[in-house]
Design a protein around this ligand. Structure first.
Ligand SMILES: [Zn+2]
Length: 295
């Protein structure tokens, strides 16, 4: 995967002190998106949009990251790539993409979804609209997957290096996929529905939500490829396989308590590959309706 020399996002940050953030006119915009993109009744869409952004608070401030490590640079570029692509897609649908922050943390972090540790794995917190990534995650991923990465700057054409890069980008794109689900009101609907369902049914719904995030990651890869031709041979297959080996990210719901690893699954490796490919082949989020399709 090619990534050097592109713009890096200013939304990659580290955690700091305390503050409160709130909603606003964003709810109306999101309602509009729901209406335009998903044919939801406009009034329901507005209300859902309002409830997404209204009155949410976060207890943690953030500050720009200062280190210039390869991993930080890489995360900045990939996040910027997602901003460009999702900004484009939302514009095409007559709305505005609200960029998430990505918080790089060391060992422990307090999110609006609760405390998380490195063991939690990368996750997205809908309550503060932030992606959380432990700084040791990529190193661990390289270690566990036997991928060397290109830290040495060898410039080697080894496909393993490239697959390692793309596997990391895929993880970020998947988490950003959860952010998009939140902006579109999908995650809220899933959470509400989950409460009325048996554990097994609720897990099934979570699987569909996860597979949609994979499909959104595929849509992103398609559009980013058209935009900057960043893929190299072998990236897709190896990276998808690699990503499917990585443990669940945690959709943390509870506020103010430890993020507890739960046992819902992301679906089988094959399902994940299929939905990623569907998004990648179409480049269209409408192909990602995992809730009304056989998975
Ligand atoms: Zn996920």
């Amino acid at each position: 995967m090619k990534w050097q020399g592109r713009r890096g996002s200013s939304n990659v940050r580290t955690s700091g002190g305390k503050k409160v953030v709130g909603g606003g006119i964003g709810g109306i915009i999101i309602g509009l998106i729901l209406w335009l993109v998903f044919d939801v009744n406009p009034m329901t869409a507005m209300q859902t949009g309002q409830s997404i952004t209204g009155g949410q608070s976060s207890s943690t401030t953030t500050q720009p990251v200062t280190d210039n490590s390869r991993d930080t640079q890489f995360v900045k570029v990939v996040l910027a790539d997602t901003e460009a692509v999702w900004g484009e897609i939302f514009r095409e649908n007559g709305s505005t993409y609200q960029e998430p922050e990505l918080i790089l943390f060391n060992q422990r972090v307090e999110s609006a979804c609760g405390l998380a540790s490195a063991a939690t794995g990368p996750f997205y917190c809908p309550a503060d609209k932030r992606v959380y990534l432990d700084t040791s995650f990529f190193a661990e991923m390289r270690h566990n997957l036997g991928i060397s990465g290109d830290i040495q700057g060898s410039g080697s054409d080894n496909n393993q290096d490239k697959a390692g890069d793309f596997a990391q980008a895929y993880v970020i794109a998947h988490e950003v996929g959860h952010h998009v689900q939140t902006l579109l009101g999908i995650s809220q609907k899933v959470n509400q529905a989950r409460q009325r369902l048996s554990q097994a049914e609720a897990n099934q719904l979570s699987v569909r939500q996860e597979l949609q995030a994979d499909c959104f990651a595929g849509v992103w890869a398609n559009r980013n490829q058209k935009r900057v031709q960043f893929l190299e041979p072998g990236d897709l297959e190896e990276a998808i396989h690699a990503a499917s080996q990585i443990g669940d990210d945690r959709l943390a719901h509870a506020s103010g308590r430890e993020v507890v690893p739960d046992n819902f699954t992301h679906g089988t490796s094959q399902q994940r590959v299929n939905w990623f490919k569907r998004g990648f082949q179409s480049g269209d989020i409408h192909s990602c309706d995992t809730f009304n399709s056989a998975i």
